[in-house]
Design a protein around this ligand. Structure first.
Ligand code: ACO
Length: 335
């Protein structure tokens, strides 16, 4: 039997922690202001996980909603991918915990690490698995509790991030839906532009390093900014061309939600009006891998996407990594 040529997006879900932290609240703790954060980033608030809201908890909630919306039987799911750079534990994979939590007896499960590009990477890989015939019903979740890596005393980073999870169900179809073209990229030379250096096998945590707060993320914001704009634009243009389209055909761009100024710069460089970009970072901040699926979820729920629409997803993150997908939006229920 030949494999179905497409992987339609059948269902979507999201979850964020209960607690909202406003800019004003941060300004009471560190030397910053609501005005600085909003004018430099566009962020007004973010959701921050409590001790009972670790990565698999958020991932499970988002995955459950996506499965319910897709209306697929639990026994039909054959693959679970969790894109995350903040797993529950170094080992085993968070995806296995989620597979158990959701009761998916026939699914293989693995994690995928590509920082903020995780969902776009996962959508490319997941589509490849479906197209090859290896998977027919796949649950892709992107979930990060990025605030776990944040030094709340470092104003350069702590104002930017929030926690959350987003999920989609991919299902094999002969209809021309789902990812029509995609690409992923990496520039490992840029690994120290944004990283957590301590806590892995290269530099295990020691009391002295923890004392120096080296277990937290550091970032060269201005450099990342430039690479983000270039990386997202070049990969987006390539994905659109590979789909045999031009940018005018794209109904909505759903970019990684790191900074409104980055999105505005991407829009300018692609010569697209900002109205075609979906933005919700004002309420969530940068939720790392979860940012694109949370934005996609809200775009769909708010009626910005109907079956047949062409959507461009583009992301950028630590690694450095980037990627883009051109998606023909499917419907919630199998046709
Ligand atoms: N409040 C007040 N002042 C601040 C704050 C803050 N929260 N943070 C930095 N500043 C200060 C700096 O100390 C600096 O002061 P100085 O001039 O006295 O040294 C001043 O503001 C300007 O700093 P810049 O870095 O020039 O500010 P910029 O306009 O570049 O904005 C920002 C900084 C928001 C970090 C921006 O560079 C950016 O968004 N970069 C991209 C970061 C990003 O998206 N990272 C995520 C990548 S995706 C992933 O993988 C998770």
């Amino acid at each position: 039997m030949s494999s179905p040529p497409y992987a339609a997006i059948r269902g979507w879900g999201m979850a964020v922690p209960r607690r909202v932290v406003t800019n004003a609240e941060l300004a009471r703790q560190i030397d910053t202001s609501d005005e600085w954060i909003r004018s430099r980033t566009g962020i007004s608030q973010r959701h921050v996980a409590g001790p009972d809201e670790f990565t698999s908890v958020l991932a499970t909630a988002a995955g459950r909603e996506a499965l319910e919306r897709a209306g697929v039987a639990k026994t039909a799911v054959d693959t679970v991918i969790v894109a995350t750079c903040t797993p529950d534990r170094p080992f085993p994979a968070t995806a296995s915990t989620v597979q158990h939590n959701l009761g998916l007896p026939n699914a293989g499960a693995f994690d995928l690490a590509a920082a903020c590009s995780g969902f776009v990477y996962g959508l490319s890989v997941g589509t490849g698995l479906v197209k090859s015939g290896m998977s027919r019903t796949l649950l892709l979740i992107a979930a990060d509790v990025f605030t776990h890596l944040i030094d709340w005393q470092d104003r350069n980073t702590c104002v930017l991030f929030g926690d959350g999870a987003g999920a989609v169900v991919l299902q094999a179809t002969t209809q021309p839906q789902g990812v029509l073209a995609s690409n992923i990229g990496s520039w490992g030379e840029g690994e120290t532009m944004m990283a957590v250096d301590v806590g892995g096998t290269r530099q295990p945590a020691t009391p002295a390093l923890l004392e120096q707060r080296r277990q937290y993320v550091y970032m060269h914001g201005r450099e990342i900014f430039k690479h983000a704009v270039r990386g997202m634009c070049e990969s987006a243009e390539r994905a659109v061309a590979d789909a045999g389209l031009n940018l005018a055909a794209i109904k909505l761009v759903v970019p990684h939600q790191a900074n409104l100024r980055i999105i505005e710069a991407v829009a300018k460089r692609l010569a697209l009006p900002m109205e075609r970009f979906f933005v919700n970072l004002d309420r969530y901040g940068n939720t790392s891998a979860a940012s694109v699926p949370i934005a996609l979820y809200e775009a769909a729920q708010q009626g910005h996407l109907v079956a047949g629409d062409l959507v461009l997803l583009t992301a950028f993150g630590g690694g450095l990594t980037w990627g883009s997908c051109v998606v023909r939006w499917g419907s919630a229920l199998p046709q």
